[in-house]
Design a binder for this molecule. Structure first.
Ligand code: DPP
Ligand code: ZN
Length: 850
């Protein structure tokens, strides 16, 4: 299939300032009539070009006269003589048959839309591109019993009741011009949790979160997060909400996490519904983070949108950065930063190191749905964070103010964003722009020496080629560093923010009379891989003394990686863990940080550090280290479990931290295998006041071969039958198990009546999770790969977007031994050789094979 290129961008030939839509809903066949006011853009004689997909067109009119339309593939051209015209259509679509979950589809009897990136074309004929902005009027008519609630963007207008055939209708108008990817419609039997917000200029906004009546009480956390986000965006960015109503709808069938449609956000229920009984602490954080993210899009995405889809990170990187800032402000900032870094390195670094590497502003794509990636989102956010560090908080605010002032109501580019930041702050971001163009993760090698008492540090940046980009130029980045005294354990002098620009940057610290250690890339100020020599003793010292939490955590990670890379006695690791645990018990460190620091790097992360992944060796060594930490510190873990458990259901940082640390302790104790530990896990499982604790006990048990495991798994399934988000956890915890029978278990679960490939969450909870289980997904006989290939091909006929994501793990074939690599490639080749495979899957599988 042909690629679309950034270099070919041309402004739209025709604008559509106004759109009226009229929906006559029915699940089997919905009739959509549309009226487009179109206006010639510039001096040319090209036709109006419209996109449409799976539309049954019953009539078309130009300025009130019927016309014949002959689509070519998914495009329609209409020749227009004047400079303005009215174009009208009536089309028929079938939400019930729409399994792709793009456009208008049915989910549990409700009708919902998803239009980003290119779903609107499956609703009606339209120039489906983000640089065409229109004011929408939308009338929705449907059966009043089936669809009592009718929602669209903007503010609600006329309500028509008692229409023929038990139908009713509502008309919505959205005064803000928007691209069609932000259009939304929801119809169904929904109940709302309602609240209100008064904006900084005193306007009242009606807030509602819509879901089934039974789930309304589970929306409280999302509502609190929404109100907090609205206040935060006013306080930190001066951004006020701009409509009289803000609606959120939670649905169970959804391809992504959520969608920022203007005034009508639609969410995967996983990111709305939460209560202590069913949601873990990290689920609660996920809800707040995603609610904030979608709300923040109202300015970064909606009021100022993207000119084309190559600019996707313009809204996504910036909005992820904003939601990360918000979450950091709500709780323990240090732990949030560590979690964000952990996520970036677990997903984005491997993407950047493999065949799917792309820059945060790619220059070509085949299927845009394949570019909603960790690179666009999370590396994009790191790039924004670096800007924030370089220009400072006040400069950054001046930059965003100018960006909104210049571009409100426009569809713009990443270049417009950087230019606004530059103009507002007077900084030179010329070289910084390379972050938008270059794929791959830079490496920074650190060399240190003493000269006349001074500490001289040389930072050498380099970057390996990525597919299609052989030459890499040095990037401009802020590198935060400090010295830690080797005797005192204290920071010596001030932290420095070094601006690296050249391939080699020399940094000089004044003479010090104490031996020192370097505290590097503090706060993870640049998204790079550090190459620095340090002995285990030095790493252990930093893990106990670095005053920057990210750097301290990183020292522990590096120590663990160093031990886990060999068959050495893990004693050094055990004592570093003990020291940090003691600092926690002594109140010197907060429990959440300690819990985070106690976790060993995952098997995949350990694998990512080596040129070739030693699947069995990594598993064996990591298990041995876990056992050594568990048995060597058994008394300490019992003490920690006693100190930190029983923190109730509060969502304060202290209570969340305590739960985390208590569950880490429990997992180590169960790993040590005593009967007491199994009993403690069983009791915790049964008496848990929160899902965090119930899940903590279940995860600890799931890797064991014990009656406790079987009993708790069976109870969990029965106890939460019918609760989708919780049953997903039941699938995931088993898919991630370290037990040797995991593959067989996953195969059995794929035949379980609760499994379903049409529901993206359920698919991810089993198949997606299993692909992250390095030991058993990469079983030497290739059975894991085959299972993935089978699922991928089955899903592709239903939902290509979901299917394409499943190809990603197979793209790592170069990192495995020849036998595994061949088996992984064989699955990719099987996929590309399958007739009528989707464009989404074909693009991913072909790129993965390169
Ligand atoms: N634009 C959406 C989001 O990231 C993606 N579905 O918020
Ligand atoms: Zn987003």
């Amino acid at each position: 299939p042909g690629a679309i290129r950034l270099a070919d961008y041309a402004p739209p030939d025709w604008l559509v300032p106004e759109v009226s839509l009229d929906f006559r809903l029915s699940a089997g066949s919905t009739r959509v009539t549309s009226r487009l006011v179109v206006r010639r853009n510039g001096n040319h004689d090209r036709p109006l070009v419209l996109d449409g997909q799976n539309l049954k067109t019953s009539f078309a009119m130009l300025d009130g006269e019927p016309i014949d339309v002959v689509p070519v593939g998914e495009r329609l051209e209409i020749a227009i003589v004047g400079d303005a015209a009215i174009v009208e259509f009536e089309v028929e679509i079938s939400p019930a048959l729409n399994t792709r979950l793009m456009g208008l589809y049915e989910s549990e009897g409700r009708l919902v839309t998803q239009c980003e990136a290119e779903g609107f074309r499956a609703i009606t004929w339209f120039p489906d591109r983000p640089d065409v902005l229109s004011v929408y009027t939308v009338r929705i008519e449907g059966d009043a019993a089936l669809y009592p609630v009718l929602l669209s963007n903007g503010d609600r207008g006329a309500v028509e009741t008692g229409l023929a055939g038990g139908r009713h209708a509502v008309t919505w108008t959205d005064p803000w011009p928007k691209p069609c990817y932000l259009f939304a419609l929801v119809a169904g039997d929904l109940s709302a949790l309602r609240d209100g917000f008064t904006t900084m200029s005193g306007r009242q906004v009606e807030l509602a979160i819509w879901t089934s009546a039974a789930d309304v009480p589970r929306c409280a956390h999302a509502m609190a997060a929404l109100k907090a986000s609205m206040a935060w965006d006013e306080a930190i960015y001066g951004r006020e909400y701009d409509l009289g109503a803000f609606n959120i709808v939670a649905v169970n069938d959804f391809n992504a996490g959520a969608m920022e449609n203007k005034g009508l956000n639609i969410f995967n229920s996983k990111y709305i519904l939460a209560d202590p009984e069913t949601a873990t602490d990290s689920d609660f954080d996920g809800v707040a983070g995603v609610v904030a993210h979608e709300y923040f899009h109202n300015w970064t995405g909606n009021r100022v949108t993207c000119r084309d889809w190559f600019q996707l990170s313009l809204k996504e990187g910036l909005t992820v950065f904003r939601d990360q800032q918000f979450s950091a402000d709500q709780g323990s900032a240090a732990v949030r930063r560590i979690e964000d870094v952990r996520g970036l390195r677990a997903v984005q670094f491997p993407e950047d190191a493999g065949p799917l590497a792309h820059s945060i502003r790619p220059d070509h794509y085949v299927e845009i749905a394949n570019f909603y990636t960790a690179t666009i989102y999370n590396k994009g956010a790191e790039v924004i964070r670096m800007l924030h560090t370089l220009v400072g908080a006040a400069g950054f605010r001046a930059g965003t103010d100018l960006y909104f002032e210049r571009h409100d109501g426009q569809a713009v580019t990443c270049e417009d964003w950087v230019a606004a930041m530059e103009a507002a702050t007077g900084s030179d971001l010329g070289q910084f722009r390379r972050w938008y163009e270059q794929a791959g993760t830079p490496r920074v090698a650190v060399h240190e020496r003493r000269e006349a008492g001074k500490v001289i540090v040389e930072l050498v940046q380099s970057q390996s080629p990525t597919p299609g980009q052989a030459v890499k130029l040095p990037v401009h980045m802020p590198f935060r560093m400090a010295l830690i005294g080797r005797d005192s354990g204290r920071r010596i002098g001030e932290e420095r923010v070094v601006e690296m620009r050249e391939a080699v940057t020399r940094v000089e610290f004044d003479a010090v009379d104490e031996p020192v250690l370097l505290s590097l890339n503090r706060g993870f100020s640049a998204p790079v891989i550090i190459e620095a020599e340090a002995s285990r003793t030095e790493l252990a010292f930093l893990a106990g003394h670095d005053d920057d939490p990210s750097a301290r955590w990183e020292a522990m990670q590096r120590l663990a990686l160093s031990v886990l890379a060999t068959d050495d006695d893990p004693a050094a690791l055990v004592s570093a863990v003990a020291a940090t645990l003691m600092d926690g018990t002594a109140g010197k460190l907060d429990a959440a940080f300690v819990g985070e620091a106690m976790l060993l790097p995952t098997e995949s992360f350990i694998g990512d550090q080596a040129a070739m992944v030693d699947v069995e060796g990594i598993h064996r060594r990591r298990e041995a280290a876990r056992l050594a930490i568990a048995t060597g510190l058994e008394a300490e873990w019992w003490a920690a479990l006693r100190t930190y458990s029983g923190s109730g259901t509060a969502l304060t940082p202290a209570a969340k931290g305590a739960r985390r640390l208590a569950n880490v302790a429990l997992a180590y104790l169960v790993g040590a295998g005593s009967a007491e530990a199994l009993a403690a896990a069983r009791i915790q499982y049964e008496t848990a006041a929160t899902m965090t604790d119930r899940m903590g006990a279940l995860s600890a048990l799931v890797g064991t071969d014990t009656p406790e495991r079987d009993a708790c798994l069976a109870d969990f399934h029965a106890r939460f039958a019918g609760n989708n988000d919780v049953i997903d956890k039941w699938f995931t915890v088993q898919a991630l198990s370290g037990r040797p029978d995991t593959l067989a278990r996953v195969e059995a679960l794929a035949r379980h009546p609760d499994f379903s490939i049409t529901n993206p969450n359920r698919l991810r909870s089993l198949v997606g999770a299993f692909a992250a289980n390095q030991r058993w997904f990469h079983a030497a006989d290739g059975a894991g790969y085959r299972l993935l290939g089978d699922q991928l091909l089955a899903v592709d006929r239903i939902n290509p977007q979901s299917a394409a994501r499943l190809a990603v793990p197979l793209g790592r074939w170069r990192r495995f031994d020849a036998a595994r690599g061949a088996l992984m490639r064989a699955q990719l080749e099987r996929v590309t050789a399958t007739p009528r495979v989707s464009r989404d899957v074909l693009e991913m599988a072909s790129r993965a094979l390169v």
